[in-house]
Design a protein around this ligand. Sequence first.
Ligand code: FES
Length: 151
Amino acid sequence: MADQIEQILVRYPQGDRGFLIPLLQEVQESYGYISPEAVDEIGDFAKVSPGEIFGVASFYSQFRFTKPGEHTIKVCLGTACHVRGSARLLELLEHQLKIKAGQTTPNEKFSLEHVACFGCCALAPVVVVDKQVHGRMSSTKAQKLLKKYGD
Ligand code: FES
């Protein structure tokens, strides 16, 4: 991974913290997350401490610092989905998977996230697994999804 990160770093000016966000975005796009090693390498390169990197990244919900699971489940908590019970769905999934939103199961099968709106509110409540949209979600359907993707 270190070599591949270097290939990204060489395209940026060394020691210029102004490029930190695009750099983090590119690493995340390539690897799906920003590993501890990547944080160190980016920090060395941009002359920014790991603490500052986490601080900057915490303003942007797009960044993740843990390896995503095989399947990523995203629950919409936007208004239309919320009024149709999506918070309860998220709770149910957290309970079933024994993780909180933003975490990955210990077996690395599932990551759980919440988003503000997928832009398909007519299908509320919406859950997206990987890139597949599942509309009009119910707790029964959510259980079936876990079974389907868990096997
Ligand atoms: S509010 Fe959930 S898709 Fe828009």
